[in-house]
Design a protein around this ligand. Structure first.
Ligand code: HEC
Length: 167
């Protein structure tokens, strides 16, 4: 009896998993614990979970979501990944001097949106607390289609959007 019930529930679980996998939107809506795009392209500097390295690579975990709270902040995030950034910034009360964020314009709009949506949904310790996406691939495409920014101009934009004192 127990055995049969066990078999039945295993079969049911499999059926549910197959069904879930076959409905595309259910997969897209599911919050992922990791982002393959981030882990592959960003974590060598920002570290897994985007916890950063003080004085070298800014912590994005618990910060990117706050930056993304305003439309200007979301646009700034798009500019950073598309054009890179160069110029001293202060994060976690520590200056990052001579830091260079490379341009990731070689990645697709979809991948850049995925990486930003991942970091914007991390708590300060690097764990996902999914509240929803902050940018779409179409918004990244729009910034890409506009003028090309230099990494220094993106730094200027950061000063304008975040202000000097905010870290
Ligand atoms: C080679 C190291 C490196 C890689 C790889 C890298 N970054 Fe950065 N990133 C930096 C540095 C350094 C800065 C700060 C730049 C500065 O000081 O002007 C930065 C800044 C940022 C910022 C702005 C943070 C703030 O406080 O305003 C965001 C957002 C960001 N990176 C996201 C990403 C994403 C997403 C990826 C992967 C697609 C990525 N980075 C890959 C080094 C890197």
């Amino acid at each position: 009896m127990l055995n049969r019930a066990g078999k039945f529930s295993r079969g049911l679980t499999l059926a549910v998993m197959l069904l879930a996998g076959s409905i595309p939107w259910s997969r897209a809506a599911a919050p992922a614990a990791h982002s393959a795009v981030f882990d592959t392209n960003c974590s060598m500097c920002h570290q897994l979970g985007a916890v950063g390295v003080a004085g070298q690579f800014p912590r994005l975990a618990g910060r990117a979501g706050r930056i993304a709270a305003t439309p200007a902040g979301r646009r700034y995030l798009g500019h950073v990944v598309l054009f890179g950034m160069m110029g001293t910034i202060t994060v976690d009360h520590t200056q990052i001097v001579g830091g260079v964020m490379p341009s990731f314009s070689a990645l697709s709009d979809k991948d850049l949106a995925a990486a930003l949506n991942y970091v914007a949904n991390l708590d300060a310790t690097g764990k996902v607390h999914w509240k929803g996406p902050v940018v779409t691939a179409a918004q990244i495409a729009k910034i890409r289609a506009g003028k090309t920014w230099s990494p220094m101009q993106v730094h200027q934009l950061r000063q304008t959007v975040l202000g000097k004192k905010r870290s």
